[in-house]
Design a binder for this molecule. Structure first.
Ligand code: NAD
Length: 343
């Protein structure tokens, strides 16, 4: 199967040939989105300061602009030159622990950076699709149903969740004030190819690193804490749907299913028994997103099963470890395609 074929099937209508700009495009989710757009024949510009991104993740025809989203003037120049129809705004300080330790840095990137993106977008009339967060935004409080729908109030339990909710508010404000087209996607726990297995990345990437190194996975707490793990290929389809879907909406993107840390170990087939460590203070116990609104607004639903997605992630991590000089396969690469009939 030709690489990217699945993504070709999902772009729609007027958006098809228009220029797209992705902030944070050299990151995990952004580079998979860049692949899908590029495979659809779109001109793709990427704005990334490479603080956590890797230019080698990008498709060869994407144009990288090494710009910090906090630098409003530089960003505005890039956006004015590229004249995108859509800005997918994914650049963020996305490390919860860093946000707790350096809340003003977090707010600078996530709030001021978003305001800069909105200002630049309104000058060229681009739509902004903003990558917000589900679990970190809703938090965990008495009476909050799980899976959680958008009608429940966000009550973040971290500076990261708070800065994302504030940035969401700016998106909707710019729509009210200037008629700017915006869509906010509250993402569940995204996993998949190109997630960084080193350092502070998501648990799936860390566990893939353990498999490859033959190390025991480390589990904080009893391993029964749950999250809603959604495959990056499914998330990319949601971004593309939001590009031509209704504006002014805040929409959950998740599977609605809760999976525990121990489920991940099982799904990855890790043979070494985990090492248990004390639970981390402030960690949510349960989280999952009700994506019924995405279903009705975008006709979107997650297609990748957790087990197949975990195996695709592991295959990509293995390939990246074996061929560090090559571009790591993304969610739309043929070798990692989901089983026939899905996605
Ligand atoms: P990532 O760290 O891989 O990607 C973020 C990219 O933004 C990186 O390439 C980084 O270099 C870039 N960046 C950071 N600060 C920047 C700045 N000041 N200027 C320009 N570029 C900057 O993270 P990801 O997992 O791909 O997440 C993408 C987006 O999705 C983020 O906004 C994140 O908050 C959101 N999100 C992710 C998840 C998840 O599970 N991965 C869940 C919910 C929301």
């Amino acid at each position: 199967m030709a690489p990217h074929r699945q993504s070709r099937q999902i772009a729609t209508g007027a958006a098809e040939m228009a220029v797209a700009l992705i902030t944070g495009g050299a990151g995990f989710i952004g580079s998979n989105l860049a692949d899908a757009l590029s495979a659809d024949g779109r001109v793709v510009h990427v704005v990334d300061d490479l603080s956590n991104g890797d230019p080698r993740r990008l498709p060869p025809d994407a144009e990288l602009h090494r710009v910090d989203v906090r630098d409003g003037e530089a960003l505005e120049r890039v956006v004015a030159d590229a004249a995108p129809r859509t800005i997918f705004h994914l650049a963020a300080q996305a490390d919860v622990r860093r946000a707790v330790e350096e809340p003003t840095h977090d707010a600078g990137v996530n709030i001021v950076g978003t305001i800069n993106v909105l200002e630049a977008a309104r000058k060229v009339g681009a739509r902004v699709v903003f990558a917000s967060t589900g679990g970190a935004a809703y938090g965990e409080y008495e009476g909050l149903p799980i899976p959680t729908s958008e009608e429940h109030a966000p009550r973040p339990l971290s500076q990261y969740g708070m800065s994302k909710v504030a940035a969401e508010g700016y998106c909707l404000l710019y729509e009210r004030l200037y008629g700017l087209e915006t869509a906010v996607l509250r993402l569940a726990n995204v996993y998949g190819p190109r997630q960084d297995p080193h350092g502070e990345a998501g648990v799936v990437a860390i566990f893939c690193g353990c498999v490859l190194a033959g190390r025991a996975p480390k589990v904080f707490g009893d391993g029964l804490q749950t999250r809603d793990y959604v495959y990056v290929g499914d998330v990319v389809r949601a971004f593309l749907a939001a590009e031509s879907g209704p504006v002014g909406r805040t929409v959950n993107i998740g599977t609605g299913a809760e999976s525990s840390v121990l489920d991940l170990i099982d799904g990855l087939g890790i043979p070494t028994p985990p090492e248990f460590a004390p639970a981390r203070a402030g960690e949510l116990q349960r989280s999952a997103l009700d994506a019924s609104l995405a279903r009705s607004l975008y006709d979107w639903e997650p297609l990748m099963s957790l087990r197949a997605g975990l195996q695709a992630t592991l295959a990509s991590a293995r390939s990246a470890a074996e061929h560090p000089d090559r571009r790591a396969p993304g969610a739309f690469d043929a070798a990692l395609a989901p089983p026939a009939g899905r996605a």
